[in-house]
Design a protein around this ligand. Sequence first.
Ligand code: 5GP
Length: 120
Amino acid sequence: MTQNDTLFGKILRREIPATIVYEDDDVLGFKDIAPQAPVHVLFIPKHVLVPTMDDLLPEQAALVGKLVLAAAEYARREGFAQDGYRVVINCREHAGQTVFHLHLHLLAGAPLGHFGVPGR
Ligand code: 5GP
């Protein structure tokens, strides 16, 4: 599989529009098209396509660290790090993963509700 195969690969190559809010050598961050919080940014690796968290290899551990650090850097830069935020990686069906290109959600900007199975 190559980056050509996913929607996020197209965003990475600027073939479809997205509001890009963060970029470094390894990570691209862009606003989610259907935000679930006042701040909802998706962070993706630029050079490696991993479909799901379950496909990660031990030698790709740094890649996840870079996504997390990018989100933390963005939160500090935008001034909401002290208020707090949540990061989420959805993996496959029960988590509702819809785009099979590893991505980290950053949610912030207001107190966030609990998460998990509704009603618990
Ligand atoms: P998942 O459910 O796979 O963890 O997250 C995929 C996310 O991608 C969803 O929150 C969804 O709103 C977002 N998304 C889907 N299509 C697009 C798009 O074309 N542009 C952007 N910016 N986000 C998208």
